[in-house]
Design a protein around this ligand. Structure first.
Ligand code: ADP
Length: 211
């Protein structure tokens, strides 16, 4: 397995050191001290500025922001919201059979189904193991309705588009669940408008690492 290390190059470290000690300092002056041309240095300076280590002010030069890699990572983490990573929710009506729910889970390739009533409002959640457990019994799966076996309202953990993804990641761990419905509250109940799973959180984690 190849693990991509995300760290600063030797030259980027040198640039930070110079700016830390002498900032504000122009790109030209940094280049002089490293015996490089301004053009050679340009990609490094833009990486360091984009990553938040340095601040560039027109006609003044570069400043050291004083932020560590960990601080910058935390700051970036606080900018990721549910809406940036949500998936399309897969919902089933509460009167469908366990058999049909299993088929839907395979066809839609998801691990959690959200259950809604005839008004499309959230009433329950079905996980893989809920369906497996029901399959162990002697009941006829084609006639057993899912609303008997689902986890039901008001015991559903939900989130909203504006929530921070890091808070949702903590919820998934605390509650020991794999997925949350993203909902929009109306006066009648909760409309399911998205889905956040451990996969979405993993994607955000990878994107953060690649930044
Ligand atoms: P699995 O049971 O397949 O490992 P989960 O860990 O997600 O999947 O589910 C564990 C239990 O928690 C199941 O009974 C499921 O119905 C319930 N559950 C799953 N997601 C939620 C949620 N968002 N809110 C409340 N209960 C949930």
């Amino acid at each position: 397995m190849v693990v991509r290390k995300i760290e600063l190059t030797k030259r980027q470290d040198q640039i930070i050191k110079i700016v830390k000690e002498q900032g504000p300092i122009t790109g030209e002056q940094i280049a002089d001290q490293l015996n490089l041309t301004r053009a050679t240095l340009r990609p490094d300076l833009s990486i360091l500025t984009m990553a938040g280590y340095l601040d560039a002010r027109p006609r003044v030069g570069y400043f050291y922001t004083g932020k560590s890699g960990t601080q910058l990572l935390t700051e970036n983490l606080q900018k990721i919201h549910v809406r940036d990573y949500t998936s399309i929710p897969v919902v089933v009506k509460e009167n469908v059979s366990v058999y049909d729910a299993i088929v839907t889970m395979f066809l839609e390739d998801v691990g959690t189904l959200f259950v809604v009533d005839q008004n499309s409002l959230l009433v329950g959640v079905l996980s893989r193991k809920d369906l497996l457990r029901a399959s162990l019994g002697k009941q006829e799966l084609t006639t057993l309705p899912i609303n008997i076996i689902m986890t039901r309202m008001p015991n559903i953990t939900m989130c909203e588009m504006d929530d921070l993804l890091i808070d949702i990641a903590k919820l998934l761990i605390d509650k020991q669940i794999d997925a949350l419905p993203v909902v929009r509250k109306s006066d009648k109940g909760y409309e399911v408008i998205g889905r956040i799973t451990k996969t979405n959180i993993t994607k955000a984690f990878v994107a953060l690492g690649n930044e």
